[in-house]
Write a protein that binds this ligand. Sequence first.
Ligand SMILES: Cc1cc2nc3c(=O)[nH]c(=O)nc-3n(C[C@H](O)[C@H](O)[C@H](O)COP(=O)(O)OP(=O)(O)OC[C@H]3O[C@@H](n4cnc5c(N)ncnc54)[C@H](O)[C@@H]3O)c2cc1C
Length: 409
Amino acid sequence: MELIGPDHPQYDELRRPALPQYGHIRPSVIALCGSTEDVVEALAYARSAGLAVAPRGGGHCFAGRSSTTGVQLDLSGLSAISVADGVATIGAGARLAEVYRGLHEHGVTLPAGCGPTVGIAGLTLGGGLGLLGRRYGLTCDRLVGATVVLADGRVVGCSEEQEPDLFWALRGAGGGQFGVVTSLVFAAVPSPDATRFDLTWPRTRAAEVIAGWQAWAPDAPDDITASLAVTAHQARVFGATLAPLDLGPLRQLDGDLRVRSGLAWPALKRSYSEDDPADDRIIYSKSEFFSSPLTRDTVTQLLDSGCDLNFTPMGGAYNRVPVDATAFAHRTERFLLEHAAPDHDAVRRSWSIAHPHASGHTYPNFPDPDLADWQSSYHGGNFARLVAIKHKYDPELVFTFPQALGGVR
Ligand SMILES: Cc1cc2nc3c(=O)[nH]c(=O)nc-3n(C[C@H](O)[C@H](O)[C@H](O)COP(=O)(O)OP(=O)(O)OC[C@H]3O[C@@H](n4cnc5c(N)ncnc54)[C@H](O)[C@@H]3O)c2cc1C
């Protein structure tokens, strides 16, 4: 384990999170960890120095929870990927682009997200939505085991058979809550060839596109995932299908269709990141789940809000898992709506327009520091069990931040 202080030449590069709004937070020290033993040592150091700890995977937390003025636990050295008999073991510091590449060499992949530098650990521990999710479920639904360093330095393995409560809690509520995960074991799925599609319209058609998308995408066959992004210039339905392309009623809306067929899965994922280069502007966002369609009047108001609107379909395999089978409590939703803009107040206004019609639930991987009722919003009926598990595995509330299960510090 190497400790990096503010005078070290790599300090600024290592502390910088993906979201620039948290770029001002300066850790006392960054602990570079390359093994489970390093994590044990780093936690002991933090304890002896009386410093808070924040595990950092890919650094993409929307609430800045992998940034701290205490010890930033940098897990990027734990990035090994191996596959045996369809089971993938992945170090907690691996990022999605390396995961897709590494698994594809063995003919397998995972249902997981799109951002190439998003961390597999943070993504999995909060759920994990992606283009194969309606077919295979959340990333955490494929998790079969994990190694965790607890706050007192004990190293435990967990699975359905071993520490089953901890294993349950990690699948949907595990980001920075119970311990530091050092490796994740998944039941992988075949790495498919797939078709990418993009169907675009001018912004003036956005209301009818939203209506058509809401009535179709959440109920479409599992093999197709079609997201919708409405920006200042256009409405765009895009995604991937494993079957021959059928865009249902959206075809009748006569948009501009582009299709790329026969793409290997990592190439399909890469094609999205190449189209969508990293942006270093500060963009704020808020989001919620919806279990019924937005009305025409609400859509009209949202389109006047000045925010980008990103719709992600749920349904399919996401919703075939019982709500209490894992800690992820959102198994009856139709879609997730994200409001995004450089103006935080505009984002709050847009969210307020849609909020009365939302299901009252928020995706734990899109945490929102404004939420008053975060306990039920993130965790629904699973909250009470999660609190009991928190007190069993982290009784001194070492892994605690505002909105953490152990309370507010
Ligand atoms: C550009 C971008 C694209 C995204 N795309 C998607 C997407 O396609 N699908 C989707 O579902 N989500 C997506 N997200 C949201 C993403 O899932 C969350 O931001 C997720 O928490 C990121 O994980 P991370 O490891 O990169 O972040 P980090 O900030 O490193 O970690 C997130 C949280 O998990 C904790 N944590 C990290 N590693 C560990 C560990 N090993 N043990 C215990 N706790 C840990 C951190 O302390 C923090 O609380 C995206 C976010 C961004 C910014």
